[in-house]
Design a binder for this molecule. Structure first.
Ligand code: SAH
Length: 399
């Protein structure tokens, strides 16, 4: 897979060229008028307008609804050097936004011009997700190239994601380098965490909230904090480190809480971090109905999993957000702070803000917006490509 590797062309249907022309990286199967030559899955093809004008190049997978993922809009070869150059630009961007940071997302799929490739760095260990056939087929090129660019010693694969089915791929996980200890130590915003890259959720740690966690630095001093959906305690440890008097971390997963306990201890905060294994919906409902608990917290953090993976289930997701935000608002003292987040792709920023506002209204609370943020800059959002933006993050103070 070296040299110039264009294997045919795809002509788009008339009137269906605008999105690709505007720089959006997805071409749907239904938008294709004609396949020229006989490209097979993973091959790079020229993408042409209905009249045959060059639009760009991308790789194909005819098994997928998204039949082409665009790689370039320039008339340039898409060869091994192209992939290495694009990986190197991704690493360069990280060095610019967070010099010296060793635990961050290195490649964010479309956001880095490498659709279908996700790579998280945990210091000298890289965790790869190959989400599309086009990227899966290039693993032998991508893994060593990125390890070298980042100075990594270890690599692990966590392509155990459902969406690979849409690409005709099986789920896959395991070592991509010589076996090593899968419990990795990282530093995030000056705090230490252990990340289990084999059994952890996704690639092990939710790096997309790294900058948002740091944004809490000025708001935690002396506060009584409730961290809901705590997972391995990333927010809880930050809150304790930023001076919280007491933190209660709630999660439904016993193994996540066990790791949270270890992380709190690693930072010397075990005396201030308490762990509760519970369903957050039940926990909040019970607390919000108890007169002693109402108005007794200074900070409530809500960082739930995506409530919807499909567009159709958006309504029920919104009900979920409404419920937890309403209960959290009931639990907060005057001057208390609500930290609330959503990572559902199908709930946009405006809709999320509206749900939170309606929860505050129903709780009879007025609030000042302290922070209105999104995913960290190591998860780049492309202008004009709303699909690359998913994380919403608000910090509100009850006034
Ligand atoms: N706040 C975390 C990430 C949360 S991921 C961080 O900063 O790292 C979502 C977490 O919610 C997972 O740990 C999952 O176990 C937990 N979870 C999912 N549904 C839950 C529920 N109903 N009650 C409690 N925890 C839940």
């Amino acid at each position: 897979m070296t040299g110039h590797t264009v294997r045919g062309a795809i002509k788009l249907r008339r009137g269906r060229e605008a999105r690709a022309r505007a720089g959006h990286p997805w071409v749907y199967a239904g938008e294709i008028e004609e396949v020229v030559g006989d490209p097979i899955g993973g091959d790079v093809v020229d993408v042409l307008s209905s009249s045959g004008a060059f639009i760009g190049r991308g790789y194909v997978n005819f098994k997928s609804q998204i039949a082409i993922r665009m790689l370039t809009w320039r008339d340039e070869p898409v060869d091994d050097q192209w992939f290495v150059r694009t990986l190197s630009k991704a690493v360069e961007h990280r060095r610019l936004i967070a010099p010296g940071c060793r635990a961050m997302r290195l490649v964010h799929s479309e956001g880095d011009g490498l659709p279908g490739l996700i790579v998280d760095a945990y210091d000298d260990c890289l965790v790869f997700q190959f989400l599309t056939l086009g990227m899966d087929l290039r693993r032998a090129l991508l893994v060593p190239a990125l390890m070298q660019l980042w100075g990594a010693k270890h690599a692990y694969e966590r392509s155990d994601v459902r969406s690979r089915e849409y690409e005709g791929l099986e789920q896959r996980a395991g070592f991509l380098s010589q076996p090593f200890d899968v419990n990795r130590s990282i530093v995030e915003n000056g705090f230490r965490f252990m990340v289990d890259v084999e059994r952890g959720q996704k690639t092990g740690h939710f790096l997309d909230q790294r900058e948002n966690r740091a944004s809490l630095a000025g708001y935690c001093e002396g506060r009584k904090v409730l961290d809901c959906f705590s997972y391995t305690g990333a927010f809880a440890v930050h809150a304790a480190g930023y001076g919280a008097a007491r933190v209660t971390a709630v999660d439904i997963s016993a193994s996540a809480l066990e790791q949270a306990r270890r992380n709190a201890a690693l930072n010397g905060f075990d005396d201030r971090v308490q762990l509760v294994e519970a369903n957050v919906f039940d926990y909040l409902r019970e607390k919000a109905s108890s007169p002693e608990a109402r108005g007794s917290y200074d900070m409530v953090i809500l960082d739930p999993p995506a409530f919807t993976k499909t567009r159709h289930a958006t309504e029920s997701a919104l009900r979920g957000y409404k419920e937890i935000n309403l209960r959290a608002a009931h639990l907060l003292a005057d001057g208390g702070i609500l930290v609330t987040s959503s990572c559902s792709h199908h709930v946009d920023d405006y809709t999320f803000v509206q749900v939170v506002e309606s929860a505050l209204k129903d709780a009879g609370r007025r609030a000042r917006v302290l922070e209105h943020r999104g995913q960290g800059r190591d998860h780049p959002v492309l202008a004009g490509v709303p699909e690359t933006s998913y994380l919403k993050f608000l910090v509100l103070q009850m006034v």
